[in-house]
Design a protein around this ligand. Structure first.
Ligand code: MSP
Length: 645
């Protein structure tokens, strides 16, 4: 038997400095669907996530709560594990940097590099950002003298410390990055790293003495090891670095470290230098994904816009959240999370497209064929085109999931779902059922629909594992779902004849939203009270910066424009905001032909409350400049989704 191809994938290990938010869930969900895809493709996958529990930041948090650091992290890490379970994350191990198995690895690595002469003792005087656990030099700070990553104040640190001779590896790491374009992705991050290294790598301070929550330096117990030196080595611990060489050789080098864009530097400069010092091969790929922002803004406690993934899962279910995150956001770029867009996707893609396809199919088989899938015979042109589309979709899925094109792949699978829905309309089974001589034709249509759904169940499994299995079970397919592989849908016809399908159960209930003019729904008393309060507060006509910054102005591309019948001024526009598409109404019909607007990048108020205008739910407002009779929409040469501030 040939050995299975292996695939080792990791997420960052998360700081238990607070509860995890939807941005962390995004990162782990991406990794989970990639891991699930590789398992489906028949590979031997090892998927690792965990918690990064040492360091000054955690010690300070624990002190603030009056508990020991380990009491503090135990509680928060239990929350992480609960979240991953609720999201159906299929990790093969969960590493905690406080575990003995990890401490042993870190100390051994320190010893080996010290013995090699690449670690030396010196004294550190410089700047430190505790929230990022990062050292900085004066010239690296931002324009306000703060941390260039998180823009918070840095502290002066002066301590005796051990240093890692990163400078020894500068040329090798630069050459490696330049010679291996696959190593850092996307390409923009690769260029940033090349520029960073070209400015010169300084030796890295890898121990601290001013607090003690860390792994002791094995040769000098008053020092604890710098948290990033400790954290990065987590990737070696669970695959047997110290105790299982066979396992280690099987999985190392990792195929993919998936990380957020702000920690690419640690993974593509510091980590490779550590590995080179250990004479170990470098990971094959480090992918720096973009951030999830909320309604156009970065999530933060102080802004009060932190989205709790558990609350969302309770409300909408894990698969709907997973679908939204993976479908809406392009991996390399920042992407927006909005509740409205989530609900829209659930209703249109999940309840409507997918839910209806399953429901209609099972209903018709129940009604026309007593729930039995009959053997197909022959094929029409429409049947042949459906099968060709299925084969093309499977091919696309395979190629694009290998390339981590998750959003593109999902869109392609949904195009096939729409195709299958259209097949029902084209073949009109209800009409075939009325003509006894068309019995075989009807049987063929029913067979093809079940077979399409069998394909769809497998194709959505990496993204929505629970829904995939629910579809499989409603189809009542005999093969155990856990054993299904991508190879099972490489050919048409895997559904056995005479299968008795189940009765349809709803996959996703539609979410009802308030569609009518929302401002008019505000209780009157409350509204008057608010207006009075506003009157009292300020009648200068000036707005504060805080008031202004509530407005979210974003660049959007006009995709379609049409006049609203029986109005003079109103156009209905469809716009693309990058993270979502919207419909809105604009009173500019006297100034523009609809076709003149198509393709323009306009500025819009993205967080205007939706209102129903002439039967159209208008979600946002396009800005325009006017003087006298002249009016022009505000249009800028910036990409879709850009924030105007
Ligand atoms: N502990 C370090 C990682 C060590 S890996 C050896 C760390 N932890 S973290 O908890 O601050 O962040 C973990 C990951 O979550 C990072 O990759 C970060 O980019 C990601 N995210 C945090 N907020 C995010 C969003 N809003 N959106 C997407 N990812 C986000 O860094």
């Amino acid at each position: 038997m040939t050995e299975k191809k292996t695939f080792y994938i990791t997420t960052p290990i998360y700081y238990p400095s607070a509860k995890l938010h939807i941005g962390h869930a995004y990162c782990t969900t991406i990794a989970d669907s990639i891991a699930r895809f590789h398992r489906l493709a028949g590979e031997d996958v090892f998927f690792l996530t965990g918690s990064d529990e040492h360091g000054q930041k955690i010690q300070e948090k624990a002190e603030a709560e009056g508990v020991t650091p380990i009491e503090y992290t135990d509680k928060i890490v239990a929350g992480f594990q609960n979240l991953w379970q609720r999201l159906n994350i299929s990790n093969d191990d969960f590493i905690r940097t406080t575990q003995k198995r990890h401490e042993k690895v870190v100390q051994e690595i320190f010893r080996r590099i010290y013995a090699k002469g690449d670690i030396y003792k010196g004294s550190y005087k410089g700047l430190y950002c505790t929230p990022c656990e990062s050292y900085w030099t004066e010239h690296q700070l931002d324009e306000n003298g703060c941390c260039p990553d998180c823009h918070r104040p840095v502290q002066e640190v002066a301590e005796e410390a051990y240093f890692f001779k990163m400078s020894n590896y500068q040329d090798r790491i630069l050459a490696y990055i330049e010679e291996n374009p696959e190593f850092i992705q996307p390409a923009s991050r690769r260029n940033e790293m090349i520029n960073f290294i070209k400015q010169g790598l300084e030796d890295l301070c890898i121990s601290r003495t001013s607090f003690d929550w860390g792994i002791p330096v094995p040769i000098d117990k008053k020092h604890v090891i710098y948290v990033w030196f400790d954290a990065l080595t987590n990737y070696l611990t669970p695959i047997g670095f110290l105790d299982d060489p066979e396992k280690f050789n099987k999985y190392w080098p990792a195929n993919l470290h998936l990380v957020g864009k702000e920690i690419v530097r640690f993974h593509t400069i510091i980590w490779p230098c550590i590995l080179m010092a250990l004479d170990l091969p470098l990971p094959k790929k480090v992918y720096g994904h973009g951030w999830l922002i909320v309604d156009g803004d970065k999530m933060s406690k102080s802004k009060g816009n932190v989205v709790d993934p558990i609350a969302l899962i309770d409300e909408f279910g894990a698969d709907a959240i997973r679908y939204f995150l993976l479908r809406e956001i392009n991996l390399g770029q920042d992407g927006n999370f909005s509740r409205d867009a989530l609900i829209q996707r659930i209703n249109s893609d999940l309840a409507n497209d997918l839910g209806n396809l399953l429901h209609r199919t099972l209903n018709m088989i129940g009604k026309f064929q007593d729930g039995i899938v009959l053997a197909p015979q022959g094929e029409s042109e429409i049947d042949a085109s459906l099968k060709a589309d299925a084969a093309e979709t499977v091919q696309f899925f395979d190629e694009n999931m290998q390339k981590m094109e998750l959003s593109l792949t999902i869109k392609k699978v949904w195009a096939f779902i729409s195709r299958a829905n259209k097949y029902i309309d084209e073949t009109a089974p209800w009409a075939l059922a009325k003509e006894p001589e068309k019995k075989q034709e009807l049987a063929n249509v029913m067979y093809n629909l079940v077979e399409s759904l069998r394909h769809i169940s497998v194709l959505i499994a990496p993204f929505m594992p629970i829904t995939a299995e629910r579809i499989w079970q409603q189809l009542n397919l005999p093969q155990a779902f856990a054993e299904v592989q991508l190879d099972d849908i490489r050919a048409w016809g895997g559904t056995p004849a005479d299968l008795k399908v189940g009765t349809p159960e709803q996959l996703f209930p539609r979410i009802e939203v308030e569609k009518e003019e929302q401002p008019a729904k505000q209780p009157k008393a409350n509204k008057q009270k608010k207006e009075k309060k506003a009157d009292k507060k300020d009648d200068s006509g000036e707005v504060t910066f805080d008031e202004f910054s509530k407005l979210q102005l974003r660049v959007a591309k006009v995709l379609a424009a049409e006049k609203i019948p029986e109005t003079d001024k109103l156009l209905k526009l469809k716009v693309d905001l990058g993270s979502e598409q919207r419909e809105l109404v604009s009173g500019i019909a006297n100034h523009y032909e609809p076709s003149e607007l198509i393709g323009k990048n306009v500025v819009m108020v993205a967080n205007l409350k939706p209102a129903k205008i002439r039967g159209v739910v208008s979600h946002g407002m396009v800005l325009a400049a006017s003087q006298g009779d002249d009016l022009k929409v505000v249009s800028v040469d910036m990409p879709v989704g850009a924030v105007v501030k």
